[in-house]
Structures are given as structure tokens and as C-alpha cells.
Design a protein around this ligand. Structure first.
Ligand code: ADP
Ligand code: MG
Length: 439
């Protein structure tokens, strides 16, 4: 589906330009691509009013984004009113629909998921859940950073369960949707209906981004009771989150404890090889074959562990190749991504030391000194950790830069920070803000 690929790339571009999520969702999301050739792109919008308003207010954004890829392409927009054109993407929805509440992205299946060291545990856990829902790992709690495949795995689990013969009624929603439902039910005096619906209608409950419940005590309370009913009747629950349960700071203790009751697995940032494999797989799904070398070049150039970012770049490269009728090679990648990825600023040792010194309000000389006072030792250990992570220096090299310390001291420091990071929210924020300062 080249059209889709191109369109996604254009949308991404417009989203950035427009810098207004509300307008983007209202005026660009509803547009569908009807056809695409090198000469013309034909788009469908919902109705006449939409078309008029769009042309008046947003056409220039669209033109600019499309013409960035190909200057000569003509844009035609038709409205769907009274038309006979609206038939796209319906066939994707199969009979499983009756068993499903919420949404499963058809692209996110186990077949399209690349397994590597970073995600094999989470993957295996999801497969096990599909084998015997509700009995083995309940709840299954998957946590990890942005764009690492949590939603993909959750959806894959849903698809697989729906395909099994058991005909389990499955609910796959985001926590936001749950909150919205609850708020709407409260406003309309329909709490009982809301509770009955979630408590009784399903055999499997999949909730994405459960961290959105943080700070929402009313929704947490509702979710707690629904959770208990599922748990007690051995019905499967799978949750995803951006944090480990105990690090959900604004979540009730009783919920956090429930989340830990089954199996907690994390997804880590993918290693280089996995990222290359993902790029190749995604390209193949668009019927584009990219060699290992070229895929590696792309991965290196994008230099992000967030797979969504990587995909964004790939989408752009494929669109560029298809619009210009050229093959994908390193030269084309350079052209397609020119200005798209920000050239990374080179971080230096002094940058890190200065950032840490500013953050902790101590002198750079003190960080590098031999003083062992706690308020200096800790920032020094953080600096060593950042030297390792951001500069990739070896342990002896780092020791040498901190006044000739032994490499074992450095290993101790780096490991200590790494271990603390898994549990210590505050430290994670500190490191994040230091990194932000440095980027
Ligand atoms: P998260 O929910 O963790 O933020 P997503 O599941 O939305 O991340 O993944 C972001 C994108 O990366 C999706 O398009 C997804 O298909 C893709 N992706 C992530 N991990 C993998 C993987 N292991 N194999 C294939 N695609 C992946
Ligand atoms: Mg997600």
C-alpha cells in the first residue's frame, strides 16, 4: 500500500508544521487517499462543508507537504457526500468484530512482530497468555519506554485470542477510553450500566497505557473492582504501562499491588540488529525489499531506539523512492531524510560535567576531585554513568578522566546508577532532565 505509506509521511510532516493537535485531528485525520500516481493524488473528505473549510484554511499545509516530495504532483479533493466512493478499508474488519469491543490495529500481529533480546520475554509471556488465557499469568503487566512495541504486543495478543476456537469475548481499549467512558457515564447517571458492562461483558480485558489512570481516583476505583472480578473468575487481564507498577506514583497502593500479582515483564530498547530486522520487515510489509546493508545504514542514520521514529523515517524513504521512481540506496536515504532527522549535536565530556555541576550546584572540579562526601559522590557516579552511556567510553578510560580511579570503582558506580534507575522515579527524572539539557 504505497498510498498509505506516502500519506502517513505527508501527515507526519503536516502535524509538525501545523503544531496544533486539535486541528490536525479534526481536519487531516478524516481524509482518505483514493488514488495515487506520479501525476496526481486524489483525496476523499467527508462532505462539502468539510471540503470548503479545508480549502480555505488548510490547503496550503497539504500542498506544501506533498510538494516537498514531488513538486509536480496535482492534488484533487472530492467530498464523499452523495458519492459512491466510500468503500475503503471495510473488508479489513471480519466476523471477529462481534467478539471484540474496542479496537485492534490490523497491522499489529505476532507475525509482524520481530523478536529480539529486548522483547523476547514479553513476547513469550504474551504467547503463553494466548495459549491459556486467565490461568497462568494473570494479570500480565508489560512496561517499557515509548515506541518499543507495547501496543503492538497487546494487539497481537488480542488478535490471537480472537482467532482461537474458544470464542472469548475480548475488550481491548486504552486507559483513556476507559476514563472517558466513566466520565460520560457519571455525567449521564449511568454508572450502574457502566459497571455492569465492563464487569460482565468480556472474558478478556486488554488495557493499553494503564499509567493514564494515574491521578484519576474515580476511574481507579472503578477499575479496581472490575479488575477483581476478572481476577477472581480467572479471566485474563493484560495491561501495558510506561512504568513499573510501583513507580506509578499517583496510583492507589491496592491497584499497584494487584498489578504485581501476576507476571511483570519489561520491553527494553531494541539492539541494533533487531532494529535492522524491524526495518526490513516493515519494508517488506509494504512490498519493498531493502538489503541488510541499506537497512543498517538507515538505522545508523536515524540513531533512535524509539521504533516509531525509525518507522517514520522508513515511511519517508519509501514514499520518496516511490514518488521519484528510484531504488532505495544510501544516497536516496540521505536525500529523503535531509532535514527530517536533526543532526545530533556531539556531546563532549565537558558538556556532561557542566550539566551535572549545574544540576547539583557543585563545582566541576569537585566532581573530578577525590572528595568522598555524599553530596559530591553521587553526582560523580551519575557523571560516570553518563560518560558510559552517552560517550561510550571504556571503564578504564572513564577512571582515568576522574583523576585516575580504578576501573572497578567506575563499574561499581555505573551499575549502581543502572540498578537505582529501575526503581527510583526521582533519579530517572534527574537523568532525563540531564539528557535533555545535553541534547
Ligand atoms: P508503544 O506502545 O510501546 O509506545 P508501539 O507498540 O506503538 O509502541 O510500537 C511503535 C511502532 O513500532 C509500531 O508501529 C510497531 O509496529 C513497531 N514495533 C515496535 N516493536 C516492534 C517489533 N519488535 N517488531 C515490529 N514492529 C515493532
Ligand atoms: Mg502504545
Amino acid at each position: 500500500m504505497k498510498e498509505k505509506v506516502l500519506w502517513e509521511s505527508v501527515l507526519e510532516d503536516i502535524k509538525q508544521e501545523l503544531n496544533d493537535d486539535g486541528a490536525f485531528v479534526a481536519w487531516f485525520k478524516p481524509i482518505e487517499v483514493l488514488s495515487l500516481t506520479k501525476e496526481k493524488i486524489k483525496l476523499l473528505v467527508p462532505d462539502e462543508f468539510f471540503l470548503k473549510w479545508f480549502k480555505k484554511n488548510y490547503m496550503e499545509f497539504l500542498e506544501r507537504a506533498i510538494h516537498k516530495i514531488n513538486k509536480n504532483i496535482k492534488i484533487e479533493i472530492v467530498s464523499g457526500e452523495g458519492g459512491n466512493i466510500k468503500k475503503i478499508s471495510r473488508e479489513e474488519k471480519k466476523k471477529e468484530e462481534t467478539l471484540l469491543f474496542g479496537y485492534l490495529d490490523p497491522r499489529f500481529t505476532f507475525d509482524t512482530f520481530v523478536v529480539g533480546k529486548s522483547n523476547e520475554f514479553a513476547y513469550a509471556a504474551c504467547r503463553a497468555v494466548c495459549e491459556e488465557p486467565g490461568t497462568r499469568y494473570n494479570p500480565l503487566f508489560i512496561y517499557g519506554g515509548v515506541g518499543l512495541g507495547k501496543t503492538h504486543l497487546l494487539n497481537a495478543t488480542g488478535h490471537r485470542i480472537l482467532q482461537s476456537k474458544k470464542r472469548l469475548r475480548t475488550c481491548c481499549i486504552t486507559a483513556e477510553q476507559f476514563i472517558n467512558d466513566f466520565v460520560r457515564a457519571s455525567l449521564n447517571n449511568k454508572i450502574i450500566e457502566f459497571q455492569n458492562f465492563y464487569r460482565k461483558s468480556f472474558d478478556v480485558l486488554l488495557v493499553d497505557d494503564i499509567h493514564h489512570l494515574e491521578g484519576k481516583s474515580g476511574s481507579q476505583d472503578q477499575f479496581f473492582h472490575i479488575f477483581n472480578i476478572f481476577f477472581n473468575t480467572k479471566k485474563q487481564i493484560v495491561l501495558t504501562s510506561d512504568k513499573y507498577p510501583q513507580n506509578l506514583s499517583k496510583m492507589e497502593e491496592r491497584l499497584k499491588n494487584r498489578f504485581e500479582q501476576g507476571l511483570v515483564v519489561d520491553i527494553k530498547p531494541p539492539e541494533f540488529e533487531t532494529r535492522v530486522a524491524i526495518v526490513r520487515k516493515k519494508a517488506l510489509l509494504d512490498n519493498v525489499d531493502i538489503s541488510e546493508n541499506v537497512a543498517s545504514y538507515l538505522v545508523e542514520k536515524v540513531n533512535a531506539t524509539n521504533i516509531r521514529q525509525l518507522e517514520g523515517a522508513l515511511v519517508r524513504v519509501i514514499a520518496y523512492a516511490s514518488m521519484s521512481g528510484r531504488a532505495i540506496d544510501t544516497g536516496l536515504i540521505d536525500e529523503a531524510l535531509h532535514g527530517f532527522i536533526q543532526e545530533k549535536k556531539r556531546i563532549t565530556e565537558d558538556d556532561i560535567l557542566e550539566a551535572v555541576s549545574r544540576h547539583f550546584n557543585i563545582k566541576v572540579a569537585e566532581i573530578k576531585s577525590k572528595k568522598r562526601k555524599k553530596h559530591i559522590l553521587f553526582p560523580r557516579q551519575i557523571s560516570m554513568f553518563l560518560f558510559k552511556e552517552l560517550l561510550g567510553l571504556s571503564y578504564p578510560e572513564i577512571g582515568w578522566r576522574f583523576g585516575g580511579k580504578d576501573h572497578t570503582t567506575v563499574i561499581h558506580a555505573v551499575n549502581k546508577i543502572k540498578t537505582m534507575l529501575q526503581r527510583d522515579e526521582h533519579l530517572r527524572e534527574t537523568i532525563d532532565s540531564l539528557k535533555k539539557m545535553l541534547s
